[in-house]
Design a protein around this ligand. Structure first.
Ligand SMILES: [Zn+2]
Length: 495
């Protein structure tokens, strides 16, 4: 049920503009405009706003307590009472009982009384919210100080014991955690490599059979909790909108330390942090290396692209030598991990870059011929598809004229004919547009050789020059490594 409360005092009755009928009208309209139809009217006719004991107001308040009302519309807070404290009191009572309160305020909003009313109400509700937050926060902190987990964040490697409010070690997952630390410390692997390796081994994370994510591996390698020292209240979350929140780091002194079962010892944890620092330094050099064939090199086995990566050699006191490779993307990206892995092997980048560039140089000098390496039949030819579709198209035309004939000879009725024709026409439209697209593509298949002058190749000295020439040549290189050689062929991509 919805309610309208109206009041006029005896003095107001004399004045115009405050009539009960006007108040009722605008309040009812306000509720109706929001789709609330079942409306009960509470009318105090000739009562002063000075006191709260008015018959209709009392009835309204008892209906509120009985939870009979969902929405209330009142002309302005002045109708509730003439003094601010009582206005606030009743408005508060209304909202506390879970009822939406609407005013048809108009001028009242802007008046000094109105501003005071609304600003005080705003302040009160903000104060109450803060009080509630403070109360729950205090409870949470007390819980944390007694050594209990306040919120189960479901960290990998642990289960949550509700009775003791504490994490307990998950035997299976903790084995994976220890393995991750071993991979990092003993083999110098970073989170990315570990993630790939785990996926390759078939280790599954918690989400519907997917491999562990790189973020999860990162967390396992960095969180203090894995050596037994956990901190609560490291961060706070504040609501910044209806569905948005902001996470901020709390100052160190606000953290609450709490002991959890350790999965690795502190020394292991420290070693992993040192290894990660080293890996970061290698990673910087990794990205600065120039790979000549990046972007144009493909795996001949699976036809997917090959990506470049660097790996440090044996660790010594000094910085290790870096080795640069190309490797099939199925081995380097987690996205491909659950498929059958490609059996190809990584190709040493520097040597291969050099041998490919030499082919260009030698053919520029006339001692070799670039075309010799280019596979001839790779340009996609659409003639078979065009033939197939043309056949289908003419069949459809034939069928269409057949149906017209059958209809004319009264072999089928109008309805059946119409249905059949609609189906055929639909199919014809798609076949025709596919044919047009293919014919257009076919007409563009005129092969032109690379427009690179021999002098350009011979003049190229910098990495950028060479890379530019390779890219402009329009070739793709498909390669596979055997025991002591790399077999490759060029394919032309430009037409
Ligand atoms: Zn491959």
């Amino acid at each position: 049920m919805n309610a309208v409360y109206v009041r006029v005092s005896s003095e107001e009755q004399a004045k115009s503009g405050y009539s009960l009928r006007d108040q009722l009208q605008v309040c009812r309209n306000r509720l109706l405009s929001m789709g609330f139809t079942e409306i009960k009217e509470y009318i105090d006719d000739g009562y002063s706003g000075e006191y709260l004991d008015r018959p209709a107001l009392e009835e309204l308040r008892s209906d509120l307590r009985a939870k009979l009302i969902q929405n209330i519309c009142i002309y302005d807070p002045d109708r509730l009472s003439r003094n601010l404290t009582n206005q606030l009191l009743i408005a508060d009572e209304i909202e506390k009982s879970g009822v939406n309160l609407y005013f048809v305020t108009g001028d009242y909003d802007a008046s000094p009384e109105g501003r005071l009313f609304f600003s005080i109400r705003g302040a009160i509700s903000a104060f109450e919210k803060a009080k509630i937050r403070e109360r729950t926060q205090r409870g949470r902190k007390a819980k944390a100080n007694s050594g209990k987990i306040v919120h189960n964040a479901r960290p990998y490697g642990y289960n949550f014991d509700k009775d003791t409010s504490m994490y307990v070690i998950n035997e299976d997952e903790s084995k994976v955690v220890r393995m991750i630390y071993a991979m990092c410390i003993e083999q110098g692997m970073g989170a990315r490599t570990i993630t790939l390796e785990l996926a390759r081994m078939g280790v599954k994370g918690r989400k519907d059979g997917k491999p562990l994510s790189i973020n999860c591996v990162e967390r396992i390698l960095t969180r203090d909790m894995y050596y037994g020292q956990h901190y609560l209240f490291r961060q706070s979350v504040s609501k910044t909108g209806q569905n948005t929140r902001e996470i901020t780091d709390n100052p160190r002194e606000e953290w609450i330390p709490i002991a959890v079962p350790a999965i690795v010892d502190y020394e292991t944890y420290q070693k992993a942090q040192e290894q990660r620092q080293k890996n970061k330094r290698y990673a910087k050099r990794n990205t600065t290396h120039n790979y000549l064939l990046q972007g144009i090199l493909y795996c001949s086995l699976c036809q997917r692209s090959m990506t470049a990566y660097a790996r440090p050699g044996q660790r010594k006191k000094t910085a290790p030598k870096m080795y640069y490779y190309y490797s099939c993307i199925t081995n380097e990206s987690g996205n491909y991990m659950l498929e059958e892995p490609c059996q190809c092997r990584r190709i040493p980048a520097n040597e291969f870059d050099e041998s490919i560039w030499n082919i260009f140089v030698n053919s520029a000098k006339g001692s070799d011929n670039l075309e010799r390496y280019i596979k001839k039949d790779v340009v996609k030819d659409y003639s078979t598809e065009i033939d197939k579709l043309s056949k289908l198209e003419s069949d459809l035309f034939k069928k269409r004229s057949e149906i017209t004939t059958w209809f004319r000879e009264d072999l089928i009725d109008a309805n059946t004919a119409k249905k059949e024709l609609q189906g055929i026409n639909r199919e014809l439209t798609s076949v025709t547009s596919a044919l047009n697209a293919l014919r257009h593509a076919q007409s563009k298949l005129t092969i032109t050789g690379p427009t690179i002058l021999p002098e350009e190749i011979l003049a190229a000295k910098t990495f950028a020059d060479k890379q530019d020439i390779l890219r402009r040549s329009g070739i793709k290189i498909y390669a596979i490594r055997h025991d002591d050689s790399v077999e490759f062929e060029f394919k032309k991509t430009k037409t």
